[in-house]
Design a protein around this ligand. Structure first.
Ligand code: AMP
Length: 284
């Protein structure tokens, strides 16, 4: 496994690899890697010949400085995991490699998609995400890029970026990976205390309850309202949103029809840690 820090060196390295080995698969991350990230690398390993992992804690996508400062860094363990997953190249850029001298983001405006839910609750977040992914795409020039459905709205935003600016890059969405108790894996989970974890798990159980009620009773909207109330009643949970949406446009579902692309999405702060989760309706 090769470790590269400079953007120009990576571009040069991949030029040769592309010619001799084939398709380049790209997995962008912020490190503190876990099995969710590993599943993306495994998918990239299956679909492409040259697997590139980037680890870059993008300062521009944190709307709260405390979250950025407290973001976990586990560099040695990350490299070990990448090696075990058969990653070919780890790109570890400095801020100047990614943003050059400007250190500016461009505003990302894809209508409601970038304005609602995560876009509304985390002002500037998608500007930072799109700006960094745009730069990384230009450096890596992958054939396929792998993103997790854990960050469902981010995935929809990246698909939009790719459609408009990088039509030759195929964006692959990979399933959300959970811990055994059901908590959606996240680098931030190490900051959840044992007692708060019980409260955090209610996010997943609420999603499952909506799934069950929607399937067995056809009562999606009633189940959404009931579970939102239950989460709001828990004083350890600061609920930000709990809604059924179209997973491509993030418009709120109305009416009784439940199209295939419907997801229930949730975001909440538990014990000072912001968590997001989602579940597709119609699959277990
Ligand atoms: P992050 O390091 O949190 O920016 O995440 C890097 C990539 O890993 C993103 O595409 C995430 O959606 C994906 N990811 C993070 N957690 C999970 C998970 N639990 N399951 C699947 N993908 C994940």
């Amino acid at each position: 496994m090769v470790i590269i820090h400079a953007a120009a060196e990576l571009a040069d390295f991949l030029k040769k690899e592309r010619l001799t080995r084939g398709l380049v698969g790209f997995v962008p991350t912020m490190g503190a890697l876990h099995e969710g990230h590993a599943s993306l690398m495994q998918q990239a390993r299956r679909d492409t010949q040259v697997v590139v992992l980037s680890i870059f804690v993008n300062p521009k996508q944190f709307n709260e400085n405390a979250d950025f400062v407290n973001y976990p860094v586990t560099r040695e363990a990350d490299l070990e995991l990448a090696r075990n997953e058969g990653v070919d190249v780890v790109f570890l850029p400095d801020v100047s490699d990614v943003y050059e001298d400007s250190f500016q983001t461009e505003s990302a405006n894809y209508g409601d998609l970038t304005a609602v839910f995560e876009g509304g609750k985390r002002p500037g977040h998608f500007d930072g995400v799109v700006s960094v992914v745009r730069r990384l795409f230009k450096i890596v020039r992958p054939d396929l890029a792998f993103f997790g459905e854990k960050d469902l709205q981010q995935l929809a935003v990246i698909r939009q970026l790719s459609k408009i600016e990088f039509p030759r890059i195929q964006v692959i969405g990979c399933p959300l990976i959970r811990d055994e108790d059901g908590l959606a894996m996240s680098s931030r989970n190490v900051r959840i205390s044992a007692s708060d974890r019980g409260h955090a798990l209610k996010l997943h159980s609420s999603l499952l309850d909506v799934l069950r009620c929607s399937k067995t009773q056809g009562d999606l909207h009633g189940a959404i309202d009931r579970n939102r109330d239950l989460l709001n009643e828990d004083e350890h949970i600061e609920l930000e949103y709990f809604a059924a949406v179209n997973g491509k446009e993030f418009s709120i579902l109305k009416g009784r029809e439940v199209p295939e692309e419907t997801f229930v999405i949730v975001a909440a702060v538990v014990g000072g840690v912001r968590l997001i989760d989602n579940c597709r309706l119609g699959c277990s």
